[in-house]
Ligand binder design. Structure first.
Ligand SMILES: Cc1cc2nc3c(=O)[nH]c(=O)nc-3n(C[C@H](O)[C@H](O)[C@H](O)COP(=O)(O)O)c2cc1C
Length: 363
């Protein structure tokens, strides 16, 4: 069974390859009546766009989105919303070699063996370019969530071991979009930037950690037992290329604590039940508990690097070496951040419809 569709009530199917004609998405299950224009989507796509700074790939794509269906007189009709972005700036020649010499830690080897015939240009379907469709759909999900007052924030928490500790929501709102690495602490942002540029100069790459916070999520999103909210969030983030770990709340740190240290004590504030701490990251028993949803994703260092590496020649069945050319992100964190936000928005919108917070037919 293919795996190009995600979601249940709010469902997306992404399509397109890195060096094909276009990339995009079909969104099914968006209720009628949501005000939607290309500018709403473009804002989010511009945050994911390549060539936005010296720490991203220099592939010169404008990523201009076209809405093909499902919107009439500026509002959604409840019908499938098809959206498209043409690929314009690509050179497939460096990839000819990679077809038979798979890049270590990229998808070339597994795609070659599993499919035999596949579009290997620019990583094809396994390229970060596939995430254009996710961000495009995520922009709609974000608009839908805004109707419930839900806001999603993201920031670069760590890059190659350089990180920020506890960070105030206000600092994320104020600073994260004001620097090229998307860190909420401007001094640390500079250090992160230098670390990426150093790796780039060495023909290498670095990874990091993205943190997401969803505010004002009501109690009740999540469908136990297999569609628990945290389970769906984990799948959503893990489905993004280069994400190799997901934590909710205290995550792996919780494993080091005693129950008395990890438990989030309940209290009442202005008639609302809250918790004093948020080690559970806003999810209990797979259901949102009304506290902020806090999620982190570990992003590996970009696998395509200029430094010479060992690989194999799949045609000659012998050992080989490669030095990867082409346009690549020296660190994926700044560009994957809007993708992670989009995936979280898609999960929350899907569950908000499933739990009855949003009428599936019309707003
Ligand atoms: C926004 C984005 C940009 C990416 N840019 C690159 C890149 O320039 N070079 C590269 O080798 N991988 C890049 N990747 C990661 C690959 O898509 C990913 O490593 C590959 O599909 C293998 O999947 P895996 O890392 O999940 O195993 C990017 C991913 C995303 C989400």
């Amino acid at each position: 069974m293919p795996g190009n569709t995600f979601g249940s009530a709010f469902r997306i199917t992404t399509y397109g390859e890195s060096h094909g004609t276009a990339v995009g998405v079909v969104v099914d299950g968006c209720p009628a009546g949501l005000e939607l224009g290309e500018e709403d989507i473009q804002r989010e796509l511009d945050r994911r766009r390549p060539a936005q700074s010296v720490v991203t790939t220099q592939r010169a794509e404008k990523d201009e989105v076209k809405i093909l269906s499902g919107v009439f007189e500026g509002r959604t009709t409840g019908m499938p919303i098809a959206m498209l972005v043409y690929n314009k700036d690509f050179d497939s020649s460096p990839y000819l070699e990679l077809k038979n010499k798979p890049r270590p830690n990229h998808a070339d080897f597994t795609y070659a063996v599993k499919y035999g015939h596949w579009d290997w240009r620019g990583g094809g379907r396994a390229s970060g370019r596939e995430t254009v469709g996710r961000v495009t759909a995520g922009a709609i999900a974000k608009k839908l969530l805004a109707k419930l007052g839900i806001e999603i924030l993201g920031h670069a928490k760590e890059i190659h071991g350089i990180g920020v500790g506890e960070i105030a929501i206000e600092d994320i709102r104020k600073n994260a979009e004001k620097n090229i690495v998307r860190c909420a602490d401007l001094k640390i942002a500079k250090k992160m930037e230098e670390e990426i540029l150093k790796a780039k100069k060495e023909g290498d790459s670095v990874g990091g950690v993205v943190e997401l916070i969803a505010l004002n999520v009501p109690v009740g999103l999540g469908e136990p037992v297999f569609d628990k909210l945290d389970a769906d969030i984990s799948k959503a983030l893990m489905s993004i290329g280069a994400v190799k770990g997901v934590e909710i709340g205290a995550g792996f740190e919780a494993a080091k604590k005693k129950g008395s240290e990890n438990n989030d004590a309940f209290y009442v504030e202005k008639g609302r039940v809250k918790t004093l701490t948020n080690n559970s990251g806003g999810v209990l028993g797979g259901i949102s508990n009304g506290m902020p949803i806090v999620v982190r994703a570990a992003v590996k260092p970009t696998s395509s690097i200029a430094k010479e590496q060992k690989t194999v020649d799949l045609e000659k069945i012998q050992n080989a070496t490669i030095s990867i050319k082409g346009l690549h992100d020296p660190c994926i964190v700044p560009r994957v951040l809007p993708v992670c936000e989009a995936m979280l928005a898609l999960v929350l919108a899907d569950h908000a419809i499933r739990a009855g917070f949003i009428n599936p037919a019309k707003l």
